[in-house]
Every structure is written in C-alpha cells, then in structure tokens.
Ligand binder design. Structure first.
Ligand SMILES: *[C@@H]1O[C@H](CO)[C@@H](O)[C@H](O)[C@H]1NC(C)=O
Ligand SMILES: *[C@@H]1O[C@H](CO)[C@@H](O)[C@H](O)[C@H]1NC(C)=O
Ligand SMILES: *[C@@H]1O[C@H](CO)[C@@H](O)[C@H](O)[C@H]1NC(C)=O
Ligand SMILES: *[C@@H]1O[C@H](CO)[C@@H](O)[C@H](O)[C@H]1NC(C)=O
Ligand SMILES: *[C@@H]1O[C@H](CO)[C@@H](O)[C@H](O)[C@H]1NC(C)=O
Length: 256
C-alpha cells in the first residue's frame, strides 16, 4: 500500500528507468564469426550516421548493427568502424526458402546503429534472439552507389518479387584493409569539428586498441526503444503492452 501513495507518474518513471538501466548493462558479446540476419535500409549518400564516420564512408559498403551488439543506445559504440565479411546464405520468410545458386559476399564497415525495438530484426538482447534466432542483425545501406543493384540474388519468375527483405547470413570479422574504402583516406575516421565527445569511427578497430567506447554507458543513457533513426522499425507496442501488464500485476499484488 505504501507504494501506492507515490505519484503514479513517478512510479512509471522509476520502473521504466529501472527496466532500461538493466538492459543498458547487457550488451551482446558476440563471437568474431557466426550467423546473423541481414536487412537493408536507406542511407542517403554523404549522410553522417550514428558513429560520425566521414561522409565519404557512404561511398563504400556500410551497415548499421543491431543496438545491443553495437554497444550504445545513441551516437557511437564499440562496433563503430569494425569491418565484417557478410555472406548471403538463404532467405527464410519466402516459401520455399531461397538458396542462391552462387554464394555472394560483401565487406561492410559499421557506421550506424540499428535501434532496439521489441519486435523487428534489431530486437535481440542478451535475453533472447530476433525472430530468426540470431543475436545480430546487419542493416546494409542499400541501394548504394558502391553496391551493384543486383547484389541480392533473386528468382522473380518463381517468387514473383525480387526483394526478400531479410536474409540469413554468415558474418566474419575482418581487418578493414579488406574494405573497399580502405585506400581512400577521406572515407576513414570520424568527421571533424563535431567535438571529440560526439563522434567516433575507428579506421580499423580489428586487433587494435584503437576502438570506440560506448557513448551511452559514459553518459548514463538507457537503450532507446522508441526512436527509429530512419529505420523502418515497428513501433514498440509490445513493450507498452507488457509494461502495462507488468504495472497492473504490480498494482494487483499491492492491493491484495
Ligand atoms: C568472405 O567470405 C567468403 C565466403 O566464405 C570468402 O570466399 C571470401 O574470401 C571472404 N572475404 C574476405 C575478405 O574475407
Ligand atoms: C524479437 O521479436 C520477435 C518477433 O518479431 C520475437 O519472437 C522475439 O522473441 C523478440 N526477441 C526479443 C529478445 O525480444
Ligand atoms: C542460417 O544458416 C545456418 C547454416 O546453414 C542454419 O543453421 C540456420 O538454420 C539458418 N537460419 C535461418 C533462419 O534460415
Ligand atoms: C527459378 O526457380 C525455378 C523453380 O525452382 C527454377 O526452375 C529456375 O531455374 C530458377 N531460375 C533461376 C534464375 O534461379
Ligand atoms: C586478429 O588476431 C588474431 C590472433 O593474432 C588472428 O587469428 C586474426 O586473424 C586477426 N584478425 C584479423 C581480422 O586480422
């Protein structure tokens, strides 16, 4: 009963803060090689995304990484600048699943954050994977001037469409010297003039101490489950529902 005398809004605030603070400390620690899902999103050419990598990085293949693996809920995180070799394995939402006749790979640099949501492909937390059973989702900036428009294999005659939306992939951490933008100095590092606190894009964090820290950990910012940052993430209605049921359970137990 005592808790009921505390203003309701304060309780909402307190419990949201508590739930999010618990999430914030639980970044996903992923192996250097494994399986993941791959989606794609629109990133305008020369757009400076969450890491603050230079505008020229968009002239080469880049991707956003799902938030809890990215390591920050806003701005830069430990994944910024990391390079991964992504290999398309199969689609699994199509009926039947599509296995491309020839394997296709692409080396991307992580320059952006794919925000955490309760559903969608970037929703994995240490408590569980996304709907495909994976803890990582790479969101490829595509279409891109650096990626052929037929990068994603398809069979339009058979399926009736060319864009499967989401792929099962294997990923491997690689040195950024394998990235197409490696020899262009303008495509490496962070934008300047933004202040050291707001941007971090390591040229090659692989096997080096030159890595980015977690902006949100340093600033006490909890995971943001509501922003979409240009990604088509469904609104987190499940959170609202489960939070509401959590609160009503709490109230029921207090009233009894
Ligand atoms: C990427 O993976 C593919 C498939 O395993 C492999 O053939 C290719 O050599 C790899 N590329 C790099 C740069 O590691
Ligand atoms: C992510 O969303 C899917 C539904 O799209 C759900 O099955 C899965 O449990 C969610 N994962 C987490 C960790 O919430
Ligand atoms: C992804 O590929 C791996 C290796 O073939 C397989 O074990 C896994 O079930 C696949 N996942 C999906 C969602 O297709
Ligand atoms: C498309 O799928 C059909 C049916 O499986 C197959 O016969 C055909 O060879 C495929 N075409 C291509 C280009 O993969
Ligand atoms: C990082 O170092 C380890 C051990 O020295 C090595 O096995 C691995 O290939 C290196 N990775 C890259 C991407 O250079």
């Amino acid at each position: 009963m005592a808790l009921l005398s505390i203003p309701f809004s304060f309780q909402i605030w307190f419990f949201s803060f508590f739930l999010l603070a618990v999430l914030a400390s639980e970044w996903i620690d992923y192996p250097s090689d494994g399986f993941a899902t791959l989606t794609h999103y629109s990133l305008p050419l020369d757009y400076i995304a969450s890491c603050g990598c230079t505008a020229d990085s968009t002239h080469y293949p880049t991707a956003a990484l799902s938030q809890m693996a990215y390591g920050s809920s806003t701005a830069y995180g430990p994944a910024c600048g990391r390079c991964f070799n992504l290999t398309l394995l199969n689609t699994f939402l199509s009926v039947p699943p599509f296995y491309p006749p020839k394997p296709k790979s692409i080396v991307v640099k992580v320059t952006d954050l794919c925000p955490l949501s309760t559903t969608g492909w970037c929703n994995a937390t240490t408590n569980g994977p996304n709907a495909a059973g994976n803890f990582l989702n790479f969101d490829l900036a595509y279409p891109s001037t650096s990626i052929p428009s037929d990068f994603f294999p398809s069979n339009a005659t058979y399926y009736g469409y060319t864009d499967f939306g989401v792929w099962n992939i294997s990923y491997g951490s690689v040195a950024c010297s394998n990235w197409e933008g490696w020899n262009n100095d303008a495509a490496l590092g962070s934008v300047t003039g933004q202040g050291p606190e707001s941007v971090c894009c390591a040229a090659d964090p692989t096997n080096s101490s030159n890595t980015c820290t977690s902006y949100s950990d340093h600033n006490g910012i909890a995971p943001d489950t509501t922003t979409s940052s240009g990604h088509s993430i469904p609104r987190p209605y499940l959170f609202t529902l489960s939070f509401a049921s959590f609160m009503s359970l709490l109230f029921e137990s207090l009233l009894c």
